[in-house]
Design a protein around this ligand. Structure first.
Ligand SMILES: Cc1cc2nc3c(=O)[nH]c(=O)nc-3n(C[C@H](O)[C@H](O)[C@H](O)COP(=O)(O)O)c2cc1C
Length: 401
């Protein structure tokens, strides 16, 4: 831990707090996001219960996990649940996944009629099953297809802002972010988000913040920087280093929803309090569990909590042994019994701040359809899933991405 009271790694020991007026709110049409902080869309993670939990700690934009257009339009029950919200969630933000302009236009029209305040589109999914059909992170390879998709969404969204979220490109040989960003801007996107890794990199290595600065220097609309915000001070460093207009926070908040309070503090010029001790974290985890059971029902809610227990306890003494037991919980009562045995006074371990959560460190060779890299001018939408069973298989693949 650094000298003085700040709970941070050395990397952030001397980072100054935000000065008054240093950072502007993120403006997306009528929406004013203060502080300029966005919860990243994460499949299997940013459902309503987690978004609501995070929002208790601080303001910002809390985006849903990706919702597939075909599943949504066909009335798939799980898709509908994942797209759903509760009164009071404001602004309500949804990330959509699709590759057909007609589907996306129709979906956005319905979402806006339901009262959704912001729509983002996923152009960054690196999953093999998706890119090998030309979807997800393969879409920006074809700028004219990006144009058709964004145009269809913007037209349907009317007063509601539409943003895109993409990666740097396919791999070191094929960079797509500059062209896709410019096209999205021309078609009326309100902002673009850049996860500064290629699809080949998946979640490995460090995000390339220089690419965020580069994109910012080429666009007039806001640029949202994404990649490796593990500590609240990383957000200030990213914004100062790149000039981006907001940060998107992904894995750093897994099992650490109070990160949003710390972000709110540093953007307001306040030194954040140290993170909660294990006793308080256990209470947060139980609260999360109760919300999940209420939203998904007892079985599905508790099964999903298993992965969360490992994120909440990451880095604590004895957590490896504890996690094996946590992975077997069958009910809220099991969860309560396990947390009752924890040492509530144990302080948050400093090394857990930057411990990676949620995804591994492997890289991949991106699979694209035959001849795809040579057909960049083509704007034909890739074939998506149409049958109910096919959609279920896609959604499972997407959830693993
Ligand atoms: C479990 C998990 C699920 C994800 N699902 C999505 C998703 O549905 N849509 C999306 O655009 N990105 C998704 N991502 C990528 C994140 O939004 C984010 O771009 C990435 O984690 C990099 O940010 P980070 O370094 O702060 O984690 C996912 C990431 C994780 C870890």
């Amino acid at each position: 831990m650094s000298a003085g009271a700040r709970f941070s790694t050395e990397l952030n020991a001397d980072v100054p707090l935000a000065r008054p007026g240093e950072f502007r709110p993120l403006r997306l049409k009528h929406l004013n996001i203060v502080p300029p902080v966005v919860l990243a869309p994460m499949a299997g993670v940013t459902n309503y219960p987690f978004r609501a939990l995070c929002r208790q700690y601080g303001a910002g934009l809390y985006v849903s996990e990706m919702i597939t257009a075909r599943g949504f339009l066909m009335g798939n029950a799980l898709t509908a649940l994942l797209a759903s919200s509760q009164p009071g969630e404001s602004p309500r933000s949804i990330q959509v996944y699709g590759s057909d302009p007609k589907d996306l236009g129709l979906m956005v029209e319905r979402l806006v009629a339901e009262g959704v305040d912001h729509v983002d589109i996923n152009f960054g999914c690196p999953v093999r099953k998706v890119t090998s059909h030309g979807g997800g992170s393969a879409i920006p390879v074809k700028p004219r297809l990006v144009a058709r998709l964004v145009r269809a969404m913007v037209r349907s969204a009317k007063h509601v802002p539409v943003t895109i979220k993409m990666r740097k490109g396919i791999d070191d040989e094929l960079s797509t972010y500059l062209e896709a960003g410019k096209v999205a801007q021309e078609e009326g996107a309100s902002a673009v988000g850049l996860h500064a890794r290629t699809a080949a990199q998946l979640y490995a290595g460090e995000a390339d913040w220089d690419a965020i600065a580069d994109l910012k220097s080429h666009l007039a609309i806001p640029v949202l920087g994404n990649g490796d915000i593990w500590e609240a001070f990383d957000a200030l460093r990213m914004m100062r280093a790149t000039g981006c207009d907001a940060v998107i926070v992904g894995r750093g908040c897994l099992g650490r929803p109070w990160l949003f309070r710390e972000l709110s503090d540093v953007f307001s010029g306040r030194e954040p309090a140290p993170p909660p001790r294990l006793g308080e974290i256990a209470a947060i985890m139980l609260d999360h569990g109760e919300r999940m059971v209420e939203f998904f029902g007892p079985r599905m809610g508790i099964l999903q909590m298993r992965k969360w227990t490992s994120w909440y306890t990451k880095g604590f003494r004895g957590s490896a042994a504890l996690r094996a037991k946590m992975m077997e919980i069958e009910s809220l009562a099991d969860l309560r019994a396990l947390v009752a045995g924890l040492d509530g006074e144990e302080a948050f371990p400093l090394h857990a701040l930057r411990a990676h959560r949620g995804k591994g460190t492997r890289v991949q060779k991106v699979s694209l359809p035959e001849g795809y890299r040579e057909a960049r001018d083509d704007d034909t939408p890739p074939r998506g899933p149409h049958l109910e069973s096919e959609i279920a298989a896609w959604e499972a693949a997407l959830n693993s991405g």
